[in-house]
Structures are given as C-alpha cells and as structure tokens.
Design a protein around this ligand. Structure first.
Ligand code: ADE
Length: 343
C-alpha cells in the first residue's frame, strides 16, 4: 500500500529510522508486556531447552501486524544468548538466499521469517529438512551430472510470522512445535507499554494522558508508540513541550485519527459500506473495488480492528455494518429486513 497511515500497524520507514524505536524494544521476556499466554508458553519452552542445551522448538506466530512478532523473535534470541536473523517470505525469492543464511547460523540462532505465507513454494521445500533434521539438500549441476549435496546445519529455531495463517500449507504449519495467535492488546497493556516508553524517552507525561493515547492505538503497540512520538512532536512545536490531553487531541486531529483510533481509511470503509451498500451484506471484493483498494490489504490492515471494535461483522453473505459501526460514523441503521440506511 503506497499510502502510509499513522495508525497503520505496518512498520513504516519512520519506525526503522527512529534510533529510539530499537531502544524501546523489550530485550528480555520479563520486559515483554501483554500476550501473557504466549509469554508463558515461550518461558516454559526456554526453561526446558536450557536444561537440555537445545534450541527451543520452531514457533509460528499469527495475528494482525504490529503486535510484536518481530520483537518477540529478538527477545527469544536474546534469552537463548544467540542472534536473530530477520528476513521475510517475499524477500526469499531464491533457495540460495535461504541456504546462505541457514548455513551461516550458529547453534541456537533464530531465523525469523516475516510474512511466511508469501514464501515461494520452491524455497519452502528447502525449509522442511532444515526444520526437521537440520540439513539442507540441494542439487548442483544439471542433467546427467546433477547430484544432491547435503549440508548439515546447526540446531536453530525458526520463527515464522504471518497475518494469514490460513494461507500456509499444511506441510509447513505442521512443522512448528509452538503455534500461537497474537491478539490485540487491551488498553491497560498498551498503557503499560506507553509508560515504559515515556520513561525510556525521559518524557514527563501524566498517566491519564497515556491512557488517552492507549485508547486511540487500536490495540497495537506499534501504533501506540508512533502516536506517542507524534504527540511529543506536536507538543514540542505547539505547547512548549508540554505533553498533556490537549496535545494528544491536537496531534491526533491533525493526523485524522478519531477518539476510537479510526483513521480516514477506516471511516471511508464504514461510510462506503453504509452508503453504497446500505450496510451490506457485501462481498469484500466489491467493497475493495469501490474503495479502490486491495482486498488483501483491507482484510489484513483495516478489518481486524473494525471487527474487534464490533463495528463490522463478517457473515456468510458478506461484510455487514453493525449498529455501533453506523453510530460511529453518524449513520442510522434502520432495523428492517435488508438493513436499509437513512441518508
Ligand atoms: N514495545 C512494543 N511492544 C512491546 C511489548 N509487548 N512489551 C513491551 N514493550 C513493547
């Protein structure tokens, strides 16, 4: 998506360039806030692997973007005293790219593959023996001279992340010992993440102001931390550096983010559903075509939070606006069969 949304959970250039975004990342499991069931599973796996002097089982993390999958991969590597190699499904176009990295890795290193559902099938084949038996088989030469060379690998942990677990082949999915769905964070956890970040950034800010930011962060730490930076900038320029509720409202209004954390694209999605499709049900492809956006993008980036907020429901017949969703954009839902809307 060319458009960069301030509430996008995707990592944007600004996140990578900000030297502080890395110092804000938790380094140890004890510093990782939220996702308690997952953290507990990882903690047990780490403790057990230490006693056996082995790497932990391969881990598959699925769920919406921005919830800390990459962060967790770094934390797991740090806890094992090893390094994390970070790559992504679409970046691994040739098997050679993957084999090069795998053969360089040391015992207990972590290979993190983001968007693993986009791994080309020709590369995926190499992953199976690597995961199961720590070896790669590749063919050198061709025709009658072709031979298979087997390279042994050091015991490593593969951490795969995906927003679309359903697109993973069963063969790949079944090779992960731990598979876990990451859920949106509740406002309390987001607030704790913001308190920690504000502290690390030496910002003086009231907890109630951080609560206000948390409530507009659509359950996503990456969004919360980005909003915190926008508010800090706004305050520096407009209010002599004072970060208070007024700076939150001023900064977010400028960014088009409303009190529920919805941005223009979210509201356009809801408004189109209300006005063009009378609240639905409508198929995602039709809606995407009307919005001029990609169906996959809407499904991954826009819908999860609208569903979570109860503004949208997904039915067998298609997407449907809920009464709460209609109320949020100031449309009125008339409860008659066919769900018509008043203009
Ligand atoms: N920063 C981003 N995500 C975090 C998390 N889950 N815990 C602590 N700090 C974070």
């Amino acid at each position: 998506m060319a458009r960069e949304r301030i509430v996008s959970a995707d990592e944007v250039v600004e996140d990578q360039l900000d030297p502080q975004s890395h110092t804000l990342r938790p380094r140890a499991l004890d510093e990782y806030i939220g996702q308690s069931a997952l953290v507990e599973r990882i903690r047990i796996a780490l403790d057990a692997s230490r006693t056996r002097d082995e790497p932990i089982d391969h881990v598959l993390l699925h769920g919406p973007p921005g919830l800390g999958k990459t962060t967790l991969a770094h934390v797991i590597a740090a806890e094992m005293g090893s390094r994390a190699y970070v790559t992504s499904g679409p970046a691994l176009t040739k098997a050679g790219d993957l084999v090069g990295t795998l053969t360089r890795m040391q015992p207990r290193d972590v290979l993190f593959i983001d968007e693993i559902h986009r791994l080309p099938a020709s590369v995926e084949e190499y992953i199976y023996p690597a995961m199961e038996e720590y070896r790669v088989d590749f063919t050198v030469d061709s025709g009658m001279h072709a031979r298979i060379v087997t390279l042994p690998l050091k015991p490593f942990t593969l951490i795969g992340a995906t927003t679309r677990a359903g697109l993973l082949t069963q063969a790949l999915r079944s090779r992960f010992g731990i598979a876990h769905h990451l859920d949106f964070y509740d406002d309390g956890d987001l607030e704790r993440i913001l308190v920690r970040a504000a502290d690390l950034l030496s910002m003086k800010v009231a907890d109630s102001t951080l609560t206000r930011i948390a409530g507009r962060s659509r359950g996503t730490p990456r969004v919360a931390l980005r909003l915190l930076r926008r508010v800090r900038d706004w305050a520096a320029v407009k209010s002599g550096g004072r970060v208070d509720d007024k700076s939150v409202d001023g900064a977010l209004e400028l960014e088009g983010v409303d009190a529920m954390g919805l941005d223009e694209l979210d509201r356009k999605y809801l408004t189109t559903l209300a006005r063009q499709y009378r609240g639905g049900p409508v198929g995602l492809d039709a809606l995407a075509a009307t919005l001029g956006d990609d169906a996959g993008t809407l499904e991954d980036m826009v819908e999860p939070y609208l569903l979570r907020r109860g503004f949208l429901s997904r039915t067998r017949q298609g997407r449907r606006l809920t009464a709460e969703g209609a109320a949020h954009i100031g449309e009125k839902l008339i409860e008659v069969p066919g769900a018509l809307f008043e203009e």
